[in-house]
Design a binder for this molecule. Structure first.
Ligand SMILES: [Fe+2]
Ligand SMILES: [Fe+2]
Length: 256
């Protein structure tokens, strides 16, 4: 089974591990232009407005948006396994674990949303993370974009949302799902940090210099992220002070 071609959310979860193993063996075909979905897909700007997280519906929507992000993260992991057969086995095996984790995160979001009385498909979703990467880009670009830029930005957003959820009188399924996912995402970003440095070493590049140069170049095509950096999670996830400074500088430049 290739879960990129399967629309059903639950079938994707059930099939992700098998799909990853097939990809590792080189037995999956090329990736489709867009992964299949069993709900409406719209552009990021066409998403309906959200209720505040003080409302149950607002927290369910938060989980729905996060579910869509986790699903895309899972599919991007599989996509990288398919598109970079030449990457080291150690990298591919670790990426398989990260990808299976994303499947568990996706499932946790779906179950937590149902606990709040809502379900997958109650709102449309976007595919902007999937569309951020390009077939044919270098593995270094891919690792930096997916695991350090997109997932790294997820740490900033997650910390901000958690602090807002902490201020509510009660903690429900949204809190426990967000809290667990945030802690586990630190490991995913750290996976990106370690392999980015390893790839720099293999290509005889100075990591600090390359980060500034590569990030500045890639930034032109990546979605804007203007939230404050969550320094604590970022440092735990392998970012250095000089890398955080580069990200800060790029954000200041982009702030409206
Ligand atoms: Fe995740
Ligand atoms: Fe992740």
């Amino acid at each position: 089974m290739n879960i990129l071609e399967t629309a059903s959310a639950r079938q994707k979860i059930m099939g992700i591990e098998e799909s990853c193993h097939l990809a590792l063996l080189g037995q999956l075909p090329a990736v489709p232009l867009a992964p299949a979905r069993d709900l409406e897909v719209v552009g990021f700007k066409q998403l309906p407005t959200k209720k505040g997280i003080g409302y149950i519906e607002g927290r369910a929507r938060l989980l729905h948006d996060l579910a869509s992000i986790e699903l895309q993260a899972m599919e991007l992991g599989l996509r990288t396994l398919i598109e970079y057969p030449e990457a080291s086995l150690e990298f591919r095996e670790q990426l398989l674990e990260v990808t299976v984790d994303e499947g568990r995160h996706f499932e946790l979001c779906l179950n937590s949303m149902e606990e709040l009385g809502f379900k997958w498909g109650d709102w449309p979703v976007h595919l902007s993370l999937w569309n951020t990467v390009k077939t044919g880009e270098s593995l270094m670009d891919r690792v930096l974009i997916v695991h350090r830029y997109l997932e790294g930005s997820g740490l900033d957003a997650g910390a901000k949302i958690l602090s807002r959820l902490r201020g509510l009188p009660e903690r429900d399924a949204a809190w426990s799902a967000m809290d667990r996912i945030h802690r586990e995402e630190i490991g995913h970003v750290d996976f990106g940090s370690r392999w980015y440095r390893e790839l720099c070493r293999e290509n005889r590049l100075d990591a600090d210099h390359d980060f500034r140069e590569r990030m500045t170049r890639l930034r032109e095509t990546l979605p804007y992220r203007t939230e404050n950096l969550d320094r604590e999670s970022r440092l735990k996830a392998g970012f250095t002070e000089s890398e955080l400074l580069v990200l800060e500088e790029l954000r200041v430049r982009e702030r409206p």
